[in-house]
Design a binder for this molecule. Structure first.
Ligand code: KIV
Length: 279
């Protein structure tokens, strides 16, 4: 009898549950931290997925880095659905999480669920992220989770509250704010969020929160002790960087060079060369 052993080519998908397990197993504190990047379109998402990024976040930062706005506040649900769909079409392994934009979850739990549902059904996301505490948005988070949609929390510097905060400032420096952030982290963990973004807080506070909660913490400007790190794609590729980010490759410079070379060749007639002409 001949037995054909078929190679299993299916790619194991990252899930909200597998990320929680990675923390539970202790892997995220040593050799297997969680790598998260933002993406907003098909070709970028394909590159990130092939590079092994665990979570691709369709961030409302697209309002700033793609649309050129000064903040994230004018990003709409339609924008997020469109960008999430572009990303999810490209991804085979990573977990695709979509940001809930400003006013998509703050008005009522019903609207929050309807909007989270659009990101899953129309956008193809496997979960959503929203900014704020259980105290403020527990009803919205509960409604979304009741429908089976995983929720990622986001505390510390929450860009949708930039007007209230008075700028993009480090949070959690005062003793009161440290206590509040620890309470918020514990609350979101106990409420059932699968992961928690900690943005722009002191490294020692992020370390404390990381050991306090059972879910993975994903830091951005929050030091090295978090279970994972997230950065905005355009920041690592040379489109401007913040103190906590790093340019991992000058893609902006390469694009500028390629575009200048194209302009030059068109001007001088060097492009198109005869081999490219149809006969
Ligand atoms: O919108 C975004 O890109 C984010 C990350 C920076 C965490 O929320």
């Amino acid at each position: 009898m001949h037995v054909t052993v078929q190679e299993d080519r299916t790619i194991a998908r990252v899930t909200a549950a597998s990320l929680r397990d990675r923390k539970k197993d202790g892997a995220t504190s040593t050799h297997d931290k969680i790598a998260v990047l933002t993406a907003y379109d098909y070709p970028s998402a394909q590159i990130l997925d092939e590079a092994g990024v665990d979570i691709i976040l369709v961030g409302d930062s697209c309002g700033m880095v793609v649309m050129g706005n000064p903040d994230t506040l004018s990003v709409t649900m339609d924008d997020m659905v469109r960008h999430t769909r572009m990303v999810s079409r490209a991804v085979q392994r990573a977990l695709v999480i979509a940001d809930m934009p400003f006013l998509s979850y703050q008005i009522s739990p019903e609207e929050a669920l309807r909007n989270a549902g659009r990101l899953v059904v129309e956008g193809g996301a496997q979960g959503v992220k929203l900014e704020g505490s259980v105290e403020k948005f527990g009803n919205a988070i509960a409604a979304i989770m009741r429908a089976g949609i995983p929720v990622m929390g986001h505390i510390g510097l929450t860009p949708q509250s930039v007007n209230q905060i008075g700028g993009y400032k480090v949070q959690g420096r005062s003793p009161e704010c440290r206590i509040r952030l620890k309470d918020e982290a514990r609350g979101l963990d106990q409420f059932g969020c699968f992961a928690l973004v900690l943005e722009c807080i002191p490294a020692d506070l992020a370390a404390e929160i990381t050991s306090l909660v059972s879910i993975p913490t994903i830091g951005i400007g929050a030091g090295a002790a978090c279970d994972g790190q997230v950065l905005v794609l355009h920041d690592i590729l040379g489109w401007g960087t913040t103190k906590f980010s790093k340019t991992f490759g000058d893609v902006r410079g390469l694009m500028a060079q390629a575009c200048r070379a194209y302009v030059e060749e068109v001007r001088t007639g060097a492009f198109p060369d005869p081999e490219r002409a149809f006969k």
